[in-house]
Design a protein around this ligand. Sequence first.
Ligand SMILES: *Cc1c(COP(=O)(O)O)cnc(C)c1O
Length: 222
Amino acid sequence: MSIADNIARIKSQLPPSVELVAVSKFHPVERLQQAIDAGQLLLGESRAQELAAKAPQLPQQVKWHFIGHLQTNKVRPVVAHATIIESIDSLRLLQAVEMEATRTSRQIDVLLQLHVAQEQTKTGFAIEELLTHATLQRLDNLSHVRIRGIMAMASLTDDNSQIQREFTLARNAFELLRDEFFAHQPLFDIVSMGMSDDWRIAVDCGSTMVRIGTAIFGPREY
Ligand SMILES: *Cc1c(COP(=O)(O)O)cnc(C)c1O
C-alpha cells in the first residue's frame, strides 16, 4: 500500500469532523512529499531539530504539529515553524513558548498534554494538577499563545477497556476545562488522541484529532 492509499483508507474510516495528523517523524522528506501530494497538509514531528531541518524543504502550506516532549531551551525552532504545539506538559514550557512567540511576534496555538496512561515515562499534566493551575488562573494572561484543547496518549497495552478508560478520562477533563475555564473562548475545541493502534477507540471516546504515523508511513526509518 502506498502512502496515498493509507491516507485515503484512514480518511474513509474517520468521521469528517475528526482531523488527521500524519506523524512523519523519522521519515525522509521525500516520503512526506508523497503525503502532501495526496492532500495531507497536517504533519506531526516530535523533535525540534528534525522539524527545523524538514520544514524549509517542504511547501509553506504544510501545517506542522509539534507532538514530542519539548525542552524549554529548544522552543525557538519549534515556535518558528509549528502551527500548534500539542505537547505542553508544564507551566514552565507554556511560559517559554509565550516568551518566544512574543519575542518573535508570532501567534501560536497549543494543547495541554494530559497524563492519563499508566507508564510513568510518558509526560503531561496530571488532571488534578491542571485543574489547580486553571483555578489559580495560571493558564491566563497569554498574549501570543492560544490554548486550543488537550492532547493525551493511552497506555501501551492490548487491554482495550483500559485504553478506553484513559481516553474517557481525558475527554471528561477536556469538557470540564472547556465548560468551567474556557467558556469565554469558543476555540477551545481540540481533543487530540489516538495513534496507529488505538485511534478507533479514541474516536469512539470523543477525539477530534488523531495522530497517525506507522499506519501511514510504515515503520520509522531512522
Ligand atoms: C510517534 C507518535 C505518534 C504516532 O505513533 P504511531 O503509533 O506511529 O501512529 C502519535 N503521537 C505521538 C505523541 C507520538 O510521539
